[in-house]
Ligand binder design. Sequence first.
Ligand code: BT5
Length: 256
Amino acid sequence: SLGLDTSIIGREIVHFLSIGSTNDKAKELANNGCREGLIVVAEEQTGGRGRLGRQWVSPQYRGIWMSVVLRPDIQPMEAQKLTLLSALAVSNAIEECTGLKVDIKWPNDLVVSGKKICGILTEMSAEVDKVNHVVIGIGINANMSAEDIPDELKDKATSLAIELGYNVDRKNLFRYISRNIDELYTCFINANQWHDLMVEYREKCINVGRRAVISKGDVSWEGMVTDIDDDGALIVLDGHGEKKRIISGDVSIRGV
Ligand code: BT5
C-alpha cells in the first residue's frame, strides 16, 4: 500500500508493467463505471499520446505515466480548469519533492530551465450540459537519461534526473502528485477557493507579460499575453490592440 491518505484521488490504483496508453485504459474503466479518483499508472507506454494524436515518449521505468479519473459535476466548458488545476498540482509536487523550480507554460506543459519535463492530456466524455467523466493524463520525465530523449526533442525536453544529476524516488513523487491533486481538486469542488488557485497559477505561468505566437491548425498570429482569467482562458492583445480570449483546446503557443 502507498498509504496515500487522500480523500478522493488514488483510493484505488491500477498498475501495469506495460500498456498502450494509461489514458485509454482509464477511459475504458471510467466507461465501465469505476469510482472517481481511480489512477492508472504504468511503467511503460507503447502508445503514449499527446494532444492532436502526437506521440508521447514513455520508456520503461524512466517516468511517471499516469491517468486520473474524475467525475466532477460541471458543465463541459469548465473541464479545462481541470487541466490548469493538474498543472499547478503537479508543478507544486515536483517542487516540494525535488527543490527544482518548475514553471507552467499555458495550458498544459511543465518546464524546468526552459525545457519540457511534463505534459498533461485532458480527455472528457460529456453530454450537451453535463460531464460524464474527465481523464487527466500526466507524463513526467523522471529518470530519463539524455540517451532516452530522442534527438529531435533534445533541445526542448529534459528530465528530473538530468536536471538534478541523480535519480528520483518515483514512488515518493507519485505520492506527492496524488496528494497535491487531491488537495486542489477539493478546492475546485468547493468553488470558493478557486480564485486563489488561479492567482497561484498566474504567478507560475511563464507566458503572462510576454509576447507569444498563437497557432491553431494552419493559422498563426502574434500577440501580447496580458492575463489568464479565472476560467483558465489566456487573454492576448492582438496587433490591433484588441483583446482575444483563448481557450485551450488544440491551440499551441510559443514564446517569442
Ligand atoms: C502533451 O501533449 O504534452 C500531453 C502528454 C501527456 C502524456 C501522458 S502520459 C500518461 C497519459 N497517457 C497518455 O497516453 N498520455 C498521457 P502535447 O502538448 O501535444 O505535446 C506532445 C509533444 O511533446 C510531442 O509532439 C513531442 O514534441 C513532445 N514530447 C513527446 N514526448 C515527450 C517527452 N517524454 N518529454 C517531453 N516532450 C515530449
